[in-house]
Design a protein. Sequence first.
Length: 317
Amino acid sequence: MVMKKINLLVLLGASLMVVSCKKNADDNGGGGKEPTPEVTYKANTTVYGSNKYVTFKVGDANSPIILASPHDGEILPASMPFRDHADAVTVRDINLTDLTEEISNALYAKTGLRPHVIINDVARSRMEPNRSLEEAYHKSEAANALWREYHAFLKGARDMVQKNVGKGLFLDMHGHGHTKKRVEVGYTVSISNLNATDAVLNSVPATSSIYHLAKISPFTLSQLIRGDNAFGTLLADEGIPAVPSKQDPKPNNDDYFNGGYCTSTYGSRNGGEVSAIQLETHGTNLRNNPAERKASGAKIADAIIKYMNTHYNLLKK
């Protein structure tokens, strides 16, 4: 397997080292098998990719949480032409980076631990982080190189959590414009299985991006997805409608995103101890203005803390 080094600008003496490559695939966002370098970072530093287009705010060494905002970028590099393939999605997830930062700030204020945060500032119309490289439909090698940098950061964060904590959670932050104003909580489980009985859902934990949690938890997969302590249920308890949850257990025939390439690749469906959840957020009353984002960030942080308390015995206040 070919080793690839990524030139990164490092602040505050952050160190990184390429040590191996890994291939992975997804049946929802791509199916690509691009190598992602494994890197090691220094806690509480900020690391930039080329031209500061992507950023890794490295959290505390013992933080179990990773947050990412891939689709809120606005920069239009001349070296990265418009992705004009018929299947290329180019819409921006407006205000997701600000919401992600509010969640991060609230987590730090409530727990004393800074989560790991990865941000892409290039427009999705030029670089697509949430597809395999084959299905990103980039028009330049510069976009491909930036894709690799972004994924090196994600993999570095996951490896750091696995090494230092032994288990954790990656939340991939997105936005949707669907009719129903609720957070769509994605576990890479098919919609047909989510709409099925608990017995059917309980039979497919290996298809889930929280597979590691399903293996160590006393709860069944259906309970983890739509039970009392499911992430969607905890969001709803905070006043943020979510599906699936105890309050809204199935997407049925409604529009719903069940998780993409990053959730599949950096969750535990294919191994490892870090599980992943994709959060597709609505705009109204959640992220359309600064006051909403601050309030919602605190509520989502509380849901994360309760989730980690219950399922991992971590993030005790």
